[in-house]
Design a protein around this ligand. Structure first.
Ligand code: PMP
Length: 414
């Protein structure tokens, strides 16, 4: 009999290194089949901002199923769809003076990105899209064509077209990337077509927790307006409060034309994706983009309940405070282990420790796993240990996780 790992394709990724079968999760903790407890600083790659099995979300979903709620209905109107849309407008869009049409593009983040690329091309009649070094936007061919990671692109087998990759803000130090972008856009004689859109993550999650500065975001927004290029913010990982505000771009005071949301928008870790489109660009004909599993009704129930976290400013404030605790913890580790040649990255509860001698990041994560902390690497060379704890974590949980990491580094450095 093959082990369950052998039954799966070789495409299964990093979690192969976690030789464990998990059974239960609550809040920021999960347990394996032997009852061993782990602190989860991974949170389903940012899909569990409200933690595992939040009481309120769980209760509403059980109630819905027990009441024989509609689970699948394609585009038909349902109470869960109606309530979600109304609550999203009331709780998230209206208080931020944002006016977007909400599209359900398919179940996951990459579906949202695909739909954003399609509508930008349709609206502008142009085909190229500018993305940035180390960007990650998903694994389907359109999203992959704006994903600047050669290993991931290699999975598509052949070169991908229709995208141009530019240096991302802070990632390339000492370079004025805005001047570079400007020159590129102004040189209409270069033979390079004016793009339909610029797509960016305000904090690159998979690309190594590279956080764009607010000034840079503002300038990119200005360039887009000047050249009539659509700005797409991919908030699949950085959104839903991960960086401290519901949308990661709020502190930059920009208003992107299209916003991609997924991961934590489902509340309970169920697949749900949204594409937010400025009304003037919502130029789809009915059915021009469709798919069977767009807008799952059980996910709407979880998603609506999760929006309760955003009814006041308290949640946002708490994320920022916990972000400070995490940042201080990381900076202390940086100082304590100068031999790592490390530095801090990120904002809110989306942070990382970039390690100069990055051959040890995998060893540190493996050691941390044995000690009961789930933490993952990111960046083109896996040089960053990335921290994405559920946003509901308390100070104790953060400190326990940091202490495990400290012990793990000490052990690995010997
Ligand atoms: N965009 C970003 C910024 C992401 O981090 C991800 C997932 N890591 C995606 C898009 C793709 O989302 P999904 O895996 O749900 O298709």
């Amino acid at each position: 009999m093959k082990t369950f790992e052998e039954l799966e394709s070789t495409v299964r990724s990093y979690s192969r290194g976690w030789p464990t079968v998990f059974e239960k999760g609550k809040g920021y903790k999960i347990w394996d089949t032997d009852g061993k407890e782990y602190i989860d600083f991974f949170a389903g790659a940012g899909a569990l901002n409200y933690g595992h099995n939040d009481d309120g979300i769980q209760e509403k979903m059980i109630e819905y199923i027990q009441g024989n709620g509609i689970l699948h209905s394609l585009d038909m109107g349902t109470t869960s769809r109606k309530t979600f849309l109304e609550t999203f407008k009331e709780t998230i869009l209206a208080p931020r003076n944002l006016d977007y049409k909400v599209m359900f593009p398919g179940p996951t983040g990459t579906n949202s990105v695909e739909s954003a690329l399609k509508i930008a091309r349709k609206v502008t009649g142009r085909d190229t899209v500018i993305s940035f070094t180390n960007a990650f936007h998903g694994m389907t061919i359109g999203s992959l064509s704006v994903t600047a990671n050669s290993f991931k692109r290699h999975g598509a087998g052949v070169p991908l077209h229709h995208s141009v990759s530019m240096p991302f803000d802070d990632y390339v130090e000492d370079q004025n990337t805005i001047a570079y972008l400007e020159r590129f856009l102004e040189d209409r004689g270069s033979g390079v077509a004016l793009p339909a859109a610029i797509i960016l993550e305000t904090v690159q999650g998979e690309g190594g927790i590279n956080a764009a500065s607010m000034e840079w975001l503002k300038k990119v927004d200005e360039l887009c307006k000047r050249w009539d290029i659509l700005l797409i913010v991919d908030d699949v990982q950085a959104g839903c409060g991960r960086t401290g505000t519901f949308f990661s771009f709020e502190p930059a005071e920009i208003d992107p034309d299209i916003v991609c949301l997924s991961k934590s928008i489902g509340g309970a870790g169920l697949p749900l994706a949204l594409t937010l489109i400025k009304p003037e660009y919502d130029q789809w004909g009915p059915g021009e983009h469709n798919g069977t599993f767009r807008g799952n009704n059980l996910a709407f129930i979880g998603a609506t309940e999760a929006l309760k976290f955003w009814e006041t400013d308290a949640f946002s404030k708490a994320i920022k405070e916990k972000g400070d605790v995490l940042q201080k913890g990381i900076e202390d580790l940086v100082k304590k282990y100068p031999e790592l040649d490390a530095h801090h990255r990120g904002r809110g509860l989306m942070q990382g420790i970039a390690i100069g001698k990055h051959q040890s990041t995998d060893d540190i994560c493996a050691e941390a796993f044995d000690r009961g902390l789930i933490v993952e690497t990111s960046g083109p060379d896996d040089e960053v240990i990335k921290f994405l704890p559920p946003l509901i974590i308390d100070k104790d949980g953060l400190e326990q996780g940091l202490a495990i990491l400290d012990e793990s580094i000490k052990t690995v450095l010997g």
